[in-house]
Design a protein. Sequence first.
Length: 219
Amino acid sequence: MITRDDLLSAFGFRHACKAFDAERRIADPDFELILECARLSPSSFGLEPWQLVVIQNPGLRRQLLATVWGAQGQLPSASHFIALLYRKGMRFDSPHVEHMMADVQRLPEEARLAKRQRVRKFQEVEHRLLDHPRNLHDWAGKQAYIALGNMMTAAAAVGIDSCPIEGFDMATTEAILEEAGALDTENFGLAVMAAFGYRIKPQPAKTRRPMAEVVRWLR
């Protein structure tokens, strides 16, 4: 296990890198580690409602510059650029939910039935996710952010920079990705994007609110 100091050092190192050294590329084993940390990330009920698309095609990156205003420096220079997608149609009775329970989690039929009812109550009653399709989409998108956070922390732990990117026009960016074959809009939507690589210049010191302002204890 890594030490406490190693972990804090990684968080201190990590920042939203606005421009990368375009001449440096992340080694395959290191990027596979980052992807593996996404794959192993937790999700609500373990349903993994995400897909990662690694965009290395230079032409597609140039196209995205027109709509991804938050990655003007990152798209041309990042070693690796990822679109994190969320899965649509995550109802308790959807084929994906059944696939996860039967084929991935390998639950016996009785356990699948009980879990399906638990997910149904969560979605239908407790969180009202079935009131509007957008509610389910937002819920699935939240899970993608868990994977994103773990990817960025893993990258920082091995000295790789990253930047999460929400600065894009949703409709036009999804249209570009769909035309490129990177996004099946029937089944997926774009949650967030991220760039990975190596910083090209020193970064300013990290600023954060003090712990006393961030945390409340109820004893």
